[in-house]
Design a protein around this ligand. Structure first.
Ligand code: MN
Length: 233
């Protein structure tokens, strides 16, 4: 096949202790999946868990990943870039209308991620009923460390998830506090779109989100997945 210009290369995420990388298809994110975070964003009613989960996306080339410490450029068009530490779930299978068991079986593994957000722009979008794409899906907005296979970690359903900025603890929660657990998130999402191997899902952030500045040094952790270092330049 010939192309009118060189096709873009696909995005990949390293897999811990392996020579092969994980090829990324789509990046999905769950909104307000921890009650405390839903409350801090002023969404009291959605903290009950009775509302279905809602989703947004980031383009796959918004991913910042690699085996070591990662660097993110402070983005344009915001004065309030926020951190959201999240566990990222990677899929090795997909389909539509998955049962919770099928959803669980589709999990390839997990990574530590950051859903970086232009909070000021998002607030304006919410106010006006505009889409979130430019406040959530900008360049370098999806940070993800190496993936750990679920065969090694077991199914991650509980354990601490936390973030420090310049040595100060900003976010801390427990995976068990997700309003919609990982398998339920995958199953629900598969009623909206067909999922496939290569999909990444950011599973929501615990409370304590806040602003970042150039030069900030971030250290994120999820029990069972180690830690991830990220700096803002
Ligand atoms: Mn998020």
């Amino acid at each position: 096949m010939s192309f009118v210009f060189e096709p873009h290369s696909i995005t990949t995420v390293p897999v811990r202790n392996e020579g092969a990388d994980f090829p990324v298809r789509r990046i999905f994110c769950v909104g307000r999946n921890y009650a405390e975070h839903a409350r801090e964003m002023g969404a009291v009613d959605q903290a009950t868990g009775l509302e279905p989960p809602f989703f947004f996306m980031k383009p796959s080339d918004a991913l910042v990943t690699g085996a070591g410490a990662l660097m993110v450029d402070y983005p344009p068009a915001t004065a309030n870039l926020h951190h959201e530490v999240e566990m990222v779930v990677a899929l090795s299978a997909g389909g539509a209308n998955l049962t919770v068991d099928q959803a669980q079986a589709a999990i390839f593994g997990y990574g530590i991620g950051l859903d970086l957000t232009r909070r000021d722009m998002q607030a304006r979008a919410k106010e006006k009923g505009h889409p979130w794409d430019m406040s959530k899906g900008f360049d370098q907005s999806a940070v993800c460390g190496p993936l750990s296979r679920r065969e090694g970690t077991g199914l991650l359903t509980q354990g601490a998830i936390w973030l420090e900025v310049n040595g100060v603890r900003r976010q801390r929660g427990d995976l068990a506090d997700m309003l919609w657990n990982v398998a339920a998130v995958i199953a629900n999402l598969s009623t909206l779109v067909s999922l496939a191997a290569g999909d990444l899902i950011y599973t929501g952030t615990p409370s304590g989100v806040g602003p970042l500045a150039r030069g900030d040094q971030l250290l994120a952790g999820v029990d069972g997945l180690g830690t991830l270092r990220v700096s803002i330049r």
